[in-house]
Design a protein around this ligand. Structure first.
Ligand SMILES: [Zn+2]
Length: 127
């Protein structure tokens, strides 16, 4: 599962950061998550709790900020968001279907934003 591997890697990263600062406990993790990472934020929340068990991040609150996806049309030069208003996209298979240019309908588009998966900030508790 995509989300679980992601959660594990977040736990590893924040645990390392906590150890570096000799912090006992991580209380908060702020994450930026792009729309085109195809990670379901609710699922990520859920598996983060599982992945963090037994680590300093065990009781950390995961705060996810979503960043919208942006595409560039290779035909008409359109740059911006998608007009897609259906259910949230959770797989690259579905993405291939919705990534058409909203202006001219061209299918040859390039993703220029929304692939972010960044830990912005963590809060820790010192001993
Ligand atoms: Zn276009």
């Amino acid at each position: 599962m995509h989300e679980f591997a992601t959660a594990q890697s977040i736990v590893r990263t924040v645990t390392r950061a906590a150890l570096m600062h000799q912090a006992k406990k991580i209380t908060e993790v702020r994450l930026e998550l792009g729309e085109f990472t195809f990670i379901n934020p609710q699922q990520l929340q859920f598996v983060f709790e599982i992945a963090a068990k037994g680590s300093p991040a065990e009781e950390a609150k995961l705060i996810i900020t979503r960043l919208p996806g942006k595409i560039k049309c290779l035909k008409c030069g359109y740059e911006g968001g998608l007009k897609y208003t259906g259910p949230e996209i959770h797989s690259s298979v579905m993405a291939a279907f919705v990534l058409d240019c909203p202006k001219c309908g061209n299918k040859e588009t390039e993703i220029i934003g929304g692939r972010e998966l960044r830990i912005k900030d963590i809060k820790v508790e010192m001993e």
